[in-house]
Design a protein around this ligand. Structure first.
Ligand SMILES: C[S@@+](CC[C@H](N)C(=O)[O-])C[C@H]1O[C@@H](n2cnc3c(N)ncnc32)[C@H](O)[C@@H]1O
Length: 249
């Protein structure tokens, strides 16, 4: 008999979408020193017993630890930037090329070694902004795509702090290929912040149900005044990952 009890995944999705603390708690808890330690590969040594306990007991307790393994990525390790050097653009980058004017002000979240950004640079987009937590990946980017690197504005940072520092509506379109957005702990309102910063749209490859923290992305974008202009959900069949182009209503 179905007692109407939500499955753990439905509960988790609801919790990670709706039951989160306000942004002021995130800002009050995660300080510049925490970002700097993580970027320097020292996040583990910084995690105090009290911090671990708070994170374990309170699911909404602000944290950025998920990014630490990426910050510590090595050139020949499991998280190597070489894994993201592709022969063709990813679907978000291809979508940017297909539908946006070359004058569009772009921001790439989690650019890694710059493969997508280089495709866009070669397609005529200029002054692209980008951010990634991996110093190793950015060093690779600078080495192999020097022209794209020079023409862009690249930041070694966590996308959480980067987004918080951007003025509202300061870029045209944000794009990102998964999985990066899904790895952001729900204590940081990543959808809300992308919608605040993007004037026109957000283009993402997302696995909304099973990668990282499952969230109701479509509901969150709708709430922030963005609608789905294009998605590959139906065409993707059994694949859990889909391309979404959200545009401001
Ligand atoms: C699966 S890789 C995808 C890389 C790139 N978007 C691509 O598809 O080629 C995830 C990327 O997210 C970056 N990343 C993870 N968490 C991050 C965070 N909080 N802030 C900035 N970058 C992050 C990693 O360093 C890595 O480059």
């Amino acid at each position: 008999m179905n007692m109407g009890v939500a499955s753990p995944s439905t509960w988790l999705r609801w919790r990670d979408t709706h039951l989160q603390a306000p942004l002021w708690l995130f800002k009050a808890t995660v300080k510049d020193a925490d970002y700097e330690a993580l970027l320097a590969g020292k996040n583990r040594t910084r995690r105090s017993f009290r911090r671990k306990l708070a994170q374990r007991i309170l699911w909404f307790w602000p944290r950025i630890d998920d990014a630490s393994r990426w910050a510590e990525a090595e050139e020949d390790g499991y998280w190597s930037p070489k894994n993201y050097l592709r022969e063709n653009p990813t679907r978000p980058a291809q979508r940017v090329m297909d539908v946006l004017p070359r004058s569009e002000a772009l921001l790439e979240l989690a650019c890694n070694s710059g493969c997508d950004l280089n495709f866009l640079y070669r397609a005529g987009f200029v002054g692209i902004k980008a951010v990634d937590v991996s110093g190793t990946a950015l060093a690779k980017f600078k080495e192999i795509f020097p022209k794209a690197w020079e023409s862009s504005s690249i930041s070694h940072d966590l996308l959480q702090r980067y987004l918080l520092a951007q003025a509202s509506k300061s870029v045209g379109t944000i794009y990102s290929n998964g999985a990066a957005i899904e790895l952001v702990h729900p204590s940081f309102p990543v959808v809300k912040q992308m919608c605040r910063v993007a004037r026109h749209g957000v283009i993402l490859e997302l696995n909304p149900k099973s990668a990282g923290y499952p969230r109701d992305y479509l509901g969150q974008f709708h709430k922030e005044g963005f609608r789905v202009a294009y998605t590959t959900e139906k065409a993707d069949g059994n694949s859990a990952s889909h391309l979404y182009h959200f545009i401001a209503k």
